[in-house]
Design a protein around this ligand. Sequence first.
Ligand code: TXA
Ligand code: MG
Length: 319
Amino acid sequence: MTTAPARTERLKNDPAGLARAAAILRAGGLVAFGTETVYGLGADATDGQAVARIFEAKGRPRFNPLIVHVPDAGTADAHAHVTALARRLARALWPGPLTLVLQRRTESPLSALVSAGLPTVALRVPAHDTALALLRETGRPLAAPSANASGRLSPTEAAHVLASLDGRIDAVLDSGKAAVGLESTVIDATGDMPVLLRPGGLSAEEIAEAAGAPVRQATSDPKTPASPGQLLSHYAPGLPVRLNIRTAAPGEVLVGFGPDFDAPNLSVTGDLREAASNLFGMLHGLDDPMRHSGIAVAPIPDTGLGVAINDRLRRAARR
Ligand code: TXA
Ligand code: MG
């Protein structure tokens, strides 16, 4: 599954189709599958390179954090610190079109890329028999944004998925029409009060009732433009970051890319997918003022996933 698939398999919603979909996902491939909200483009959330392929297939110009789908609330506990508020919401509204943003557990095997380097993770249990069967059969948490090319409408049928992603993903598991047709409501449940990060399939009233507390609106950071997806804070290292550097200044650590650079290196072979999966983990590991005065990063080609990598690096460098 290291090269882009030439053909997208159409899988039926039967035991053979489910087994094939799960096998592709476990091998690091991409499978679009129906949920009650919209079709998601799924990848093993513990496999950084598989997650990187999602961004590549969608042609996303930047890394936004992705929702991780799990089969039950118990699995959510393995990956995140489930607050009392989150427990109330999950008990009342999971499975369902509700996504909870929670603090990641340090021991969680989720790739740093699903969180775009943030200390939080967004989790959801979909209310959809096929999606739940696929999660159980795969045995891995699945990262899944809407299964459309960047800038296109969210798909509610397998045919919509194929219209923009045919030949770019390994398979689509056809489970008919998505009932809700709108993405899940995203709630920050890290504190005592629910904070609305993205309106969606469940209303603020329904969430307030389950929470026993009013839903607050997320206040957009005045430093960042209030466009969708930009509402969230972005991971930025504490150390200064300089880009397009071939030789580090004294005290700086140089993050290489490609065979001309020593370790640390985002990808010695110059593979952008590998670089994407290493990006946030490597920046975190190097962000230590006791060891370095700054982080310099080698030039990254501005093609394919390099566009998203460079977008994130520019945000990290702009201060
Ligand atoms: O209905 C849905 O939610 C669909 C189906 C496939 O389940 N999935 C979906 O996923 O829309 P995705 O990955 O495109 O949703 C990403 C949104 C971000 O725009 C952001 O609002 C929120 O989820 N999000 C994810 N991780 C976050 C985090 N760590 N902190 C804050 N918000 C986060
Ligand atoms: Mg979308």
